[in-house]
Design a protein around this ligand. Structure first.
Ligand code: MEV
Length: 423
């Protein structure tokens, strides 16, 4: 029987689930029940989520946790995090507390501009194209006047329009390279709408517009977060030795891409969790961050470290295109709640908070890796997941957790201990 279907999007939710259950599952009743189990009883709220995308059949839960005790630029925060990896919020909380007694995190928003491009093909004379662009430039701004009006009131808009000759890379290829300030909105829709209007105004017979789209590469939307302390405050026994090992771990991530990718993945554990909790676009952030990590031609660490004159300094510099108004941030009730928890920050302040979350996560990972190793803490947290999977009751969980106190946790040992209880 073919599993292809036409008109699926026109089916009711019930019909969609039934078709899925009948076509792909052995136990149809359990499948439908599992899907329905995650429906929200508040019909209005469910409808809100149904309408975010096409073909919604249910909701997918992720844990929403909070990491307290962050001090960022002398302000106290509780940071909301949406993430399924068991150690992430625990690590953030631990590191927040640690640095709260060492001056907290200090941040600087270095730049806030974003880029959009109209890509086009032109086979004619280059000087003619340049003349045409110069004569048209005012019209290109005018073409977006109705769209940029409100943005300008908020202090944003189009900052610059440039003609770029890309024919050395690809025959006949040019672009309008446009710089935007979108203030507190992420600005994707604003930028794309502007670009399409500009493309329309720029078009003529011998100019073939290929596409108009924002770039998620945002190296000029950059934030830096930093911590520092005296070596003796590094907080381990033999702080000199372990601060040096931490420094070496960073140097390795700077030169070795296999390590750098994992190193940066750890940073993104913290950043993505806040991106999700605040209703921002994690795909855009991920794409922009990893491109930035290779901006010098090889993939490298996003964090850096210095040990000088008895002071340990650790920092991150990262591009983050975020919004605190518009998009999901204003529609998703939990995104709104997260932003309120953070004191309704501007997008600049949110850049600082997220960079801090990334730096904190990297600090936790490198500290663990260069001292006890990562598995110790990870498996301790994972123990609860294994027990849940085994169907352990709360009492059984408590007994097994106590048994593993101070011991190395392995999956097989947990299963063995759990089975022992059942005997
Ligand atoms: C795991 O999610 C993240 C780490 O692998 C990061 C790192 O190795 O730095 C622990």
């Amino acid at each position: 029987m073919s599993k292809l279907i036409t008109g699926f999007s026109k089916f009711s939710k019930e019909e969609k689930m039934n078709w899925l259950a009948n076509t792909f599952f052995d136990d149809k009743k359990t499948t439908v029940n599992t899907l329905k189990q995650y429906w929200n009883s508040d019909k209005k709220l469910q409808k809100l989520h149904d309408d975010f995308i096409e073909n919604t059949i249910t909701n997918f839960y992720m844990p929403y946790g909070v990491a307290p005790n962050f001090i960022i630029d002398d302000k106290e925060y509780v940071v909301p995090m949406v993430v399924e990896e068991s150690s992430v919020v625990a690590a953030a909380s631990l590191v927040a507390k640690f640095w709260s007694t060492r001056g907290g995190f200090k941040t600087t928003v270095i730049s806030t501009t974003k880029i959009g491009q109209v890509h086009f093909m032109y086979k004619g004379n280059k000087a003619d194209l340049q003349d045409y662009f110069s004569s048209k430039k005012d019209d290109l701004y005018k073409a977006t006047a109705s769209i940029t009006k409100n943005m300008e009131k908020r202090g944003g808009g189009i900052l610059n329009i440039e003609l770029k000759d890309k024919t050395a890379q690809l025959d006949n290829y040019y672009q309008l390279h446009i710089t935007f300030e979108t203030v507190d909105s992420m600005g994707a829709n604003f930028i794309n709408t502007c670009l399409e209007s500009i493309a329309k105004a720029f078009k003529k017979e011998d100019i073939e517009i290929v596409m108009s789209i924002l770039s998620n590469y945002v190296p000029e939307c950059l934030v830096r977060a930093e911590v520092s302390c005296k070596i003796e405050d590094y907080g381990t026994d033999n702080p000199e030795k372990y601060a040096q090992k931490f420094y070496q771990a960073i140097q390795i991530a700077k030169v070795e891409p296999h390590r750098a990718v994992t190193h940066n993945k750890g940073i993104m554990n913290g950043i993505d969790a806040v991106v999700l909790a605040t209703g921002n676009d994690f795909r855009a952030v991920e794409a922009g961050v990893h491109a930035y990590a290779s901006k010098n031609g090889h993939y490298t660490s996003l964090t850096d470290c210095e040990i000088k004159d008895g002071v340990f300094k650790f920092w991150i510099e990262i591009p983050l295109a975020l919004g605190t108004v518009g998009g999901m941030t204003g529609i998703h009730p939990m995104a709104k709640l997260s932003l309120e928890m953070l004191g309704n920050p501007s997008s600049k302040e949110l850049m600082s908070i997220m960079a801090t979350a990334g730096l904190a996560q990297n600090f936790a990972a490198l500290r663990a890796l260069t001292t006890t190793g990562i598995q110790h803490g990870h498996m301790k947290m994972h123990l609860q997941n294994i027990l849940t999977q085994l169907g352990a009751s709360d009492d059984e969980k408590a007994i097994v957790t106590k048994h593993f106190d101070g011991k190395t946790v392995t999956h097989s040992d947990v299963v063995a201990k759990f089975n022992e209880l059942k005997e």
